[in-house]
Design a protein around this ligand. Structure first.
Ligand code: TRP
Length: 474
């Protein structure tokens, strides 16, 4: 058997892991969830969730991968014995990778489609000059109708989904160094560059301060239990936690690679990029006098015409959707890599065979999600009082059930089964080098105690409460 591949450098790992974390969650989801839930008030709770729960669990996921050099199923088997039931937690991760990618790649497909539409100048036709509310037809409404019309055509949705999917498969086929790492090293700097350009452009618009205020001055009356539920769920999603994606990426580290500092870097980059995306989007929304609470349609309905009518709008609209596409690709690869690594490690498939088999299976699983906007739009089931299509079910199942469940088990595993002392000891083993903060942050006995409390008590209890709340049991 050929030797398991590894990242060529720590920076390569950090960029790939940050590429996984920074995705549609940051640019498509975060701004609309924040918009619907009071802006800064949501941001505040979200930051607490990232620091208190997301970061410790991120450490543990990467650690389990590095220690075992295995995919999630193999990782639990390696630490807890081959017939341990913990392997089912790993299997849950493999299942979650199907579920997430099935809706994720549809949104990825939309991003590709909109990048091309922006290039063709389509968004100009959405702009209604001299808009007045009595007129009844706003630019975002025209854009929304365009979006719905396109989606009513199954081959449009499926076609772009296929294009997006093929790009992911292509990268995975090229391996860890030549595919995952190379793509992230190439794409992440472009992503940052585009984001800065969009933020600067946003800040120079008239009334941009209203957008900033929305994002940074909290209205505490907006906070309730469901804000918390959303913030925690989103913290998991945005850090790619709970299904073994970070574990799989961690498994390509070498035994003495540092984890603690790498986790800070990844969480930091992810959070800063989400906030910058919020700035880029809300400055545009507020400067045009629109409502920030547009929901999932914020990016595809509201933004295209608003961007198009700015000075230089053609280029900014194109850059925005290119940004979204890049973010979706570097995340999509990490989702599929979990299932591919499973076949490679456990069933000894070659990477090529594993990628093709899993690619086909996940592709098929995504078809009902693609058809949720046309042929299958009436095939719904009621969840929490709303009619959910396949697409909605996949998103709900992954974000609200599978990921928190995975996170819950990870915390229990590290805190009680493997034991917090062994966990912390293994975490500190890595060589942090002189870069970043050094391991000192986790090395004092106070911070070890805090870490233990977060993993053993706070994380499992909060995740459990979130579950009870979600199903209406409390
Ligand atoms: N974190 C990515 C985002 O914010 C999505 C993602 C990639 C993901 N890999 C994951 C989510 C694994 C959960 C699990 O868009």
């Amino acid at each position: 058997m050929s030797k398991r591949e590894q990242w060529s450098s720590k920076t390569g790992f950090i960029l790939a892991a940050a590429g996984s974390a920074v995705g549609l969650g940051n640019i498509w989801k975060f701004p609309y969830i924040a918009g619907e839930n009071g802006g800064a008030a949501f941001l505040f709770i979200y930051l607490i969730c990232i620091l208190a729960i997301g970061l410790p669990i991120l450490n543990i996921e990467i650690l389990l991968g590095r220690e075992t050099q295995k995919n999630p199923v193999g990782a639990f088997k390696a630490i807890h014995g081959g017939d341990s039931n913990w392997r089912y937690v790993g299997a849950l991760g493999v299942f979650a990778s199907f579920t997430i990618l099935s809706f994720y790649s549809i949104v990825g497909g939309w991003s590709v489609a909109y990048t091309l539409e922006a290039l063709m100048g389509t968004f100009d036709s959405f702009v209604i000059k001299n808009f007045s509310p009595e007129y009844g037809m706003s630019s975002p409404k025209v854009a929304g109708e365009f979006f719905d019309l396109k989606n009513s055509n199954p081959s449009w949705v499926l076609g772009y989904h296929t294009l997006f999917f093929l790009s992911i498969i292509g990268i995975i086929l090229s391996g860890v160094k030549g595919g995952l790492e190379k793509a992230s090293k190439f794409l992440m700097p472009i992503l940052l560059f585009i984001l800065f350009a969009l933020v600067i452009n946003g800040l120079m618009l008239p009334d941009s301060d209203k957008g900033i205020e929305f994002l940074f001055s909290p209205d505490w009356s907006k906070i309730n239990a469901s804000t918390f539920l959303l913030a925690l769920g989103h913290a998991f999603f945005t850090l790619s936690l709970g299904m073994g994606a970070m574990m799989t990426y961690g498994s390509y580290l070498s035994h003495n690679d540092d984890i603690v500092n790498a986790s800070y870097m990844v969480a930091f980059l992810d959070t800063v990029i989400a906030i910058l995306a919020g700035v880029a989007i809300f400055t545009v929304v507020f400067s045009s006098g629109y409502d920030p609470t547009a929901g999932p349609g914020l990016v595809f309905h509201v933004l295209p015409p608003l961007l198009a009518q700015l000075p230089g709008g053609y280029i900014f609209a194109f850059l925005f959707f290119l940004l979204l596409t890049i973010a979706a690709i570097t995340s999509g690869i990490s989702i599929l890599e979990v299932s591919v690594a499973y076949l490679v490690d456990e069933l000894k498939f070659s990477r090529k065979k594993a990628t093709i088999i899993m690619g086909i299976l996940v592709y098929l699983a995504a078809i009902p999600c693609a058809l949720s906007f046309n042929l299958l739009q009436d095939a719904t089931i009621p969840i929490q009082g709303k009619a959910f299509t396949f697409f909605d079910v996949a998103d709900f199942l992954a974000s609200n059930i599978l990921l928190p469940l995975g996170g819950f088990f990870l915390a229990i595993f590290a805190g009680y089964v493997w034991g917090i002392d062994s966990t912390v000891k293994a975490l500190l083993k890595g060589d942090s080098g002189s870069l970043y903060f050094g391991n000192s942050i986790l090395n004092s006995s106070t911070s070890k105690t805090i870490f233990g409390l977060l993993i053993k008590y706070l994380s499992p209890v909060l995740i459990f409460l979130v579950f009870l709340y979600q199903f209406g049991w409390i």
